[in-house]
Ligand binder design. Structure first.
Ligand code: PFF
Length: 554
């Protein structure tokens, strides 16, 4: 057992790490969410904005996480604990502000928010930057609890597709079937349990024999299925209307809100802000090129997101359906579309296997964050940590599963939350989603870049990155682009625009400011969307005019 914690496991090589991290990044966010937010926000125009967000914020922050992980060889809490400066003025300042805010809230009798802010402020004061790592571990719990519920639906639908039970003739039938499926506790909790069991079995086996081995098997499967589905969709008559809807740029649909959506999605999609990539980075050897690995992961993630839309929209349009938003597209429209295609049960089965594979490689990374913390910091064995927290997350997820349509089944919990915080938006599932996606990930990303940029320092980070990737730190960017990187004259220290210097500027200034703006907008403290949003007439009319909610036969 002692061995388990003292000799840290490592990936067998660069490919293992890239596929595992890409597996974490590629998930339900790519296949389910990206295509429909792209279709809604101006197609190709949105893709351009998304690519910009990925380049300006995704790549720099991911490189930060991987570098922190590899340098410290620890889980997120351990990483910050190792590098936490004994006196951090910034942490003290933030702690003090939060304590003050907490007291003000208490003075206004906002008991729940007041106590929460006060407690968090004191914790920031006491633990400083270590709390950013802690936030990541807690986010792992929260995200996996609702993520595994949706993943459970894919387990159930894979089963139903194989059994030929998804041959819906029209959308209302599909909607009714899906509605009945998610409220049936046996199905919802049973499928969620199967998914968690799969995650536990893989993480239980360890970094190489579990996560890496399965990523190497599952990622090619995912690519293969996507290609097959794209070919099937594009060869249906009338498919081009779908491609047009998906990718033709419409700048008039692009609002400030679209930019914020792109930014938020970039974080979720790349698994940033909560230490999953940091944890995977902690299993990377010193000879790996961190910069190229980061680029490969980001490119793979973006490619799959783009491909996912091409696998769905052409088929949806070819069969005369309108794309729905949210779960509707994947769980209602697509099964109906497949039912209208020859060998529909086969296509539906491989589509849900695709979703399941994507969700599984992300789910294991979420469980690994929690496991790594208990193995490194609490000296638990991997086996114990995986099983115990797999079960804890299963139980938390079961609450999400049974409350997905409302609070009727959890009235006590609802009352407690309302009594504490005044009001609760959405179901328990939504509360978890909102907490993790809108609060924890952006705050995590913000603090990770501030920490690397200003506290630990870009100099130390670049020294770490330099091991295994000299190009990144020492080659003049223009020489690299010009193919002159091996010319000694072009490595003159006077040339200051290296990839490393660009990255430093992004991490210190651009990423934190952009993330902060997006975060303040999400929580409603800054409203950038006011002017651009729909003019005075109330939204319901606009929503109804939008065809995307309902799918209809031609
Ligand atoms: N990146 C995953 C997706 O796009 O579905 C979700 C996710 C996985 C977020 C792991 C965060 C994480 F740590």
């Amino acid at each position: 057992m002692a061995n388990e914690s003292s000799a840290r496991e490592h990936w067998s090589g660069g490919l293992g790490f890239i596929l595992a991290a890409a597996g974490s990044a590629i998930g339900l966010g790519n296949i389910w969410k990206f295509p429909y937010i792209t279709g809604e926000n101006g197609g190709g125009a949105f893709v351009l904005v998304y690519l910009l967000c990925i380049t300006v914020i995704g790549v720099p922050v991911m490189l930060c996480e991987i570098t922190l992980g590899r340098h410290t060889q620890r889980n997120p809490v351990g990483a910050f604990r190792m590098l936490n400066p004994p006196v951090s003025r910034l942490a003290h300042l933030i702690g003090l502000c939060m304590v003050t805010l907490g007291l003000v809230l208490l003075a206004f009798r906002e008991w729940g928010w007041g106590v929460a802010t006060l407690g968090l402020g004191l914790a920031v004061f006491k633990y400083g930057w270590v709390l950013v790592g802690g936030l990541g571990v807690v986010a792992g719990f929260c995200i996996l609890s609702f993520y595994s519920v949706v993943a459970g639906w894919t387990v159930g639908y894979t089963w139903k597709a194989m059994a030929g039970q998804l041959n819906f003739t029209d959308i209302p039938t599909a909607e009714a079937a899906f509605g009945a499926f998610i409220v049936d506790p046996w199905w919802a909790i049973g499928c969620h349990a199967v998914f968690m069991l799969l995650c536990i079995l893989i993480v239980y086996r360890g970094v190489r024999a579990g996560i890496e081995r399965w990523s190497k098997i599952l990622m090619p499967v995912l690519f293969g299925i996507l290609v097959v589905l794209i070919v099937r969709g594009l060869t249906l008559p009338g498919a081009m209307a779908g491609v047009q809807f998906y990718l033709s740029p419409d700048f008039s649909k692009l609002t400030t809100n679209s930019i914020l959506i792109a930014l938020g999605h970039a974080f979720f999609s790349l698994s940033l802000g909560m230490g999953a990539i940091m944890t995977y980075g902690s299993y990377v050897g010193k000879n790996q090129n961190l910069f190229l690995s980061t680029l490969s992961i980001v490119v793979l993630d973006t490619l799959v997101a783009l491909m996912a839309g091409l696998a769905m929209f052409p088929a949806v349009f070819a069969k005369g359906f309108n794309p729905a938003v949210g779960p509707g597209l994947v769980f209602q429209v697509l099964p109906t579309v497949f039912a209208h295609i020859p060998f529909g049960a086969f296509w539906a089965t491989i589509f849900f296997i695709l979703l399941l594979v994507a969700a599984l490689t992300s789910g294991i990374s979420l469980l690994e964050v929690v496991t790594a913390y208990f193995v490194d910091e609490r000296k638990w064995t991997r086996h114990r940590a995986t099983v115990v927290f797999g079960i804890v997350i299963f139980l938390l997820g079961s609450l999400c599963a049974i409350s997905v349509t409302g609070w009727e089944r959890l009235p006590r919990l609802h009352d407690v939350l309302v009594a504490t915080f005044g009001s609760v938006k959405g179901s328990f599932f939504d509360v978890m989603d909102n907490l993790a996606s809108n609060w924890m990930l952006p705050l995590g990303g913000l603090f990770i870049s501030l920490f690397v940029g200003w506290i630990w320092g870009t100099k130390r980070a670049v020294d770490e990155i330099r091991q295994g990737s000299h190009n990144f730190a020492d080659v003049h960017l223009i020489s690299l682009l010009a193919g002159l990187k091996d010319d000694p004259g072009h490595n003159d220290p006077r040339h200051v625009i290296t990839l490393a210097s660009l990255w430093g500027i992004f991490i210190r200034f651009i990423s934190p400011v952009a993330v902060l703006i997006a975060f303040l907008n999400t929580i409603g403290w800054l409203d950038l969307t006011k002017k651009k949003s729909a003019p005075p007439p109330p939204p319901p009319a606009i929503e109804q005019a939008e065809p995307a909610q309902e799918s209809v036969e031609p």
